[in-house]
Design a protein around this ligand. Structure first.
Ligand code: COA
Ligand code: NAD
Length: 685
């Protein structure tokens, strides 16, 4: 029931946490609206949400269920609002996203707090707005603003949108009063109520805009049907409202039942679940105000930046003054470039930099609540550093290593407090990449683990729990994938065949282009370290070693798998690489054959699936969906393909088992063929 204030009916949206427009809330709004219409004392209506959310849009968990189809469905509700003879004004605070913004656009007026965030993020779920968003937003805010919001999916603040035409008024405070005043004004006006459906766009301008944008779609966007559908829907906005709506709805429903949208919905919930520890591991995190970062190289500087950005105090410790200066320069350069690019206010950057204390004095460590080590990837160096940390850090401080592959227990073991040690595996660039693997050692205590997860959230990362295993979740799967891609080189493919096929699947880059970018010497060094323990009966592809021996270390030497001219990759591999690969095939007694893209994609994915199943059965990953989050967030796996687990679950089980068997046979000695039962089970907590 609404509240009546000075002839204005206040309809409060009250469905915590984010007022998603599930069946019950839609029903409540419709019935309150109906009562307000019928009530003689009501002259106008204000719709208002909570401080956190006007509404975060359609209830994603209802998608594909009967609840989504329960009347009033969103389009019906929005049509009733537009039809209302009494003015309806949206009072927007917090977020107005997707259906939430569509709801606001169906109203006759919109007033927003300047901090409110408005957007149509459907594209991030593989969809387009399905309840008039594609038709209403360009009519209100113009083609360019509308397309930017819909195509990026990134919300903008009411402050940014103040001049766009979307909002009638943007206020700093007193939202409800401003909305009531606007509603009264509309009720007093003699002119017809402003209804978005009555606006007309210039058809020729819409057509020209859509044609231009279509030609700008990237190859990755073309692989995702929502991008083309969005332009199709926008084109329909050149005509009348009713046919535009019909076109939009048809496109929306088709996308909604398709695989990319299912995969993206799955990722939406998987990401939120990943950051929650399983019930058995939950504990109260330790408070963290000051973080010490040891090693101010690529990773250390990036980690320091994200801690500073999160408002923490940061101690940056290096082994000598020269290295410290270089590290501090990295941090300063970052803030300088943010300010120059207009992405950060100078005062905000200065405040962040003021929270940084660079030092070479280990005694300073006692100030830290949490210490993150990011020194060279060498067990001896790391153990020596942890002994120092153990000497200087205060009792109760959390001690973390950013190692990529090394054994967290072997590092914790040199301290007197292994229960306080965990892995915090950031990805490069650490201030950009959202993924954070939180690695639990054998003795890590529950509150230390909880502190790692909580720190991840403070740093606006996506923390995912991992057990302690070589490469944790991500690098271990990536290694299996890369190894399979190397097998395919020996079998007959060229690096560009593999890279193109995997880009065709949607990977941001193929594995050989990635290897060149990271530098082949990193893998080379690791391979040399493992050489002594490698079983000679295992299939080992030495192509990378030979390239490194020839001085081809990747982009930094202008040659690796590919050659580079003026920093740009030459598309096809050169004679030396081909010769190296052909020799490798010959040595293994393989007659080279060509591999079609489908085979390349399938083998690469099967290798990931096998490793994922092993990680699950070993308890390294606690949920199958966590693996998909890691691959998407850290390794360029196309989000709209869901991840290797999601992919495996779409395959025919018998064919999958058969193909995995062939994969194992091709790999030969030492390859462990996983049991897929747990991985394929969809129901998990
Ligand atoms: N439908 C269903 N559930 C939703 C939802 C939606 N549209 N938006 C958020 N939720 C749920 C989350 O799953 C989470 O549930 P949980 O606590 O059980 O895990 C809870 O609401 C809080 O969301 P969370 O993302 O953890 O909070 P936040 O404060 O970080 O972010 C939002 C809030 C609204 C900005 C963010 O949730 C969001 O962007 N939601 C999606 C909006 C969207 O895409 N709408 C268009 C739908 S077509
Ligand atoms: P880097 O070589 O850029 O930086 C290492 C820094 O540690 C150097 O500045 C060095 O002076 C400093 N250092 C070495 N010994 C020290 C000591 N005893 N005391 C204090 N400082 C010391 O290396 P990086 O790429 O930043 O990698 C650091 C760690 O992060 C490694 O464990 C690496 O595996 C991991 N990691 C790297 C990446 C990446 O892509 N670079 C990604 C994830 C994790």
């Amino acid at each position: 029931m609404f509240e009546l204030q000075d002839s204005i009916a206040i309809i409060k949206l009250n469905r915590p946490p984010v007022n998603s427009l599930g069946a019950a809330l839609r029903q409540q709004i419709a019935s309150d609206l109906e009562q307000a219409q019928a009530h003689k004392g009501v002259r106008a209506v204000v719709l208002i949400g909570s401080d956190k959310a006007f509404s975060a849009g359609a209830d994603v968990s209802e998608f594909g269920t009967p609840l989504q189809r329960q009347e009033p469905i969103l389009p019906t509700l929005l049509a009733r609002i537009q039809d209302s003879s009494k003015p309806v004004v949206a009072a927007i605070s917090g977020v107005a996203l997707g259906g939430g913004l569509e709801l606001a656009m169906a109203c006759h007026g919109r007033v927003a707090l300047e901090s409110a965030k408005l957007g149509l993020p459907e594209i991030t779920l593989g969809l387009i707005p399905g309840a008039s968003g594609t038709q209403a937003l360009p009519r209100l805010a113009g083609l360019s603003v509308a397309y930017t919001l819909m195509q990026s999916g990134v919300p903008q603040s009411a402050r940014q949108l103040a001049e766009s035409g979307l909002l009638d008024q943007v206020v700093a405070t007193d939202l409800l009063q401003a909305a009531q005043a606007h509603a009264t004004e509309l009720a007093n006006s003699n002119t017809p109520l402003p209804r978005v459906r009555e606006r007309q766009l210039d058809a020729a301008a819409v057509q020209a805009f859509v044609n231009e944008q279509r030609s700008k779609l990237s190859p990755r966007q073309k692989l995702q049907p929502a991008y083309t559908a969005l332009l199709d829907a926008l084109l329909a906005a050149s005509g009348d409202w009713a046919s535009g709506l019909a076109r939009e709805r048809a496109l929306f429903l088709k996308l909604q039942s398709g695989l990319p949208a299912q995969a993206l919905r799955y990722q939406f919930f998987a990401e939120r679940q990943a950051s929650k520890l399983p019930a058995s591991l939950q504990a109260e995190p330790r408070p963290v105000h000051t973080v010490a970062v040891i090693g101010a190289g690529t990773m250390g500087a990036g980690i320091a930046i994200c801690a500073l950005d999160a408002g923490l105090s940061v101690l940056l410790l290096e082994q000598d003054d020269a290295a410290l200066q270089r590290g501090q320069q990295r941090v300063n350069d970052h803030y300088q470039s943010r300010v120059t690019a207009g992405k950060m206010k100078a005062a905000v950057a200065a405040a962040a930099q003021a929270r940084l204390t660079p030092t070479t004095d280990w005694a300073q460590l006692k100030r830290a609540d949490l210490v993150i080590e990011a020194v060279f990837e060498d067990i001896g160096v790391k153990q020596a550093v942890f002994q120092q940390i153990d000497t200087h850090a205060r009792a109760g401080a959390v001690l973390a290593t950013n190692t990529s592959y090394l054994d967290v227990d072997a590092i914790a073991g040199v301290t007197q407090r292994p229960q306080d040690v965990l892995g915090l595996h950031f990805f490069s660039p650490a201030n950009v990449m959202k993924l954070l693997e939180v690695v639990c050692g054998a003795k890590t205590s529950a509150d230390v683990l909880a502190t790692g997860m909580a720190l991840g959230k403070t740093l606006k990362k996506l923390p995912v729990l991992s057990g302690n295993a070589f490469g944790f979740i991500g690098n271990r799967i990536y290694n299996a994938y890369r190894q399979q891609c190397e097998f395919m080189l020996e079998d007959g493919a060229w690096p560009e065949d593999v890279d193109n096929a995997l880009q065709g699947f949607g990977f941001a880059m193929g594995p050989f282009a990635v290897a060149d970018l990271s530098g082949l010497d990193i893998a080379w060094r690791m391979r040399k370290a493992q050489a002594a323990t490698r079983d000679p009966r295992e299939r080992y592809v030495a192509i990378l070693d030979h390239l490194c021996e020839a001085g081809r270390l990747g982009r930094k030497t202008d040659a690796g798998y590919y050659t580079y001219k003026d920093g740009r990759q030459v598309k096809t591999t050169d004679a030396l690489v081909r010769q190296t690969i052909e020799q490798a095939s010959a040595q293994r007694g393989i007659t080279r054959r060509s591999l079609v893209p489908e085979e390349i994609q399938r083998r690469a994915l099967l290798a990931m699936v096998n490793e994922a199943a092993l990680l699950l059965s070993e308890g390294i990953a606690s949920r199958a969906s966590d693996i998909d989050v890691v691959l998407v967030q850290g390794y360029g796996f196309p989000r709209w393909q869901g991840g290797p687990v999601f992919w495996a679950r779409q395959q025919d089980r018998t064919v999958l088992e058969h193909d995995l068997q062939s994969l194992a046979a091709e790999a030969g000695y030492g390859y462990v063929r996983a049991d897929l039962s747990t991985l394929l089970k969809v129901d998990e907590s």
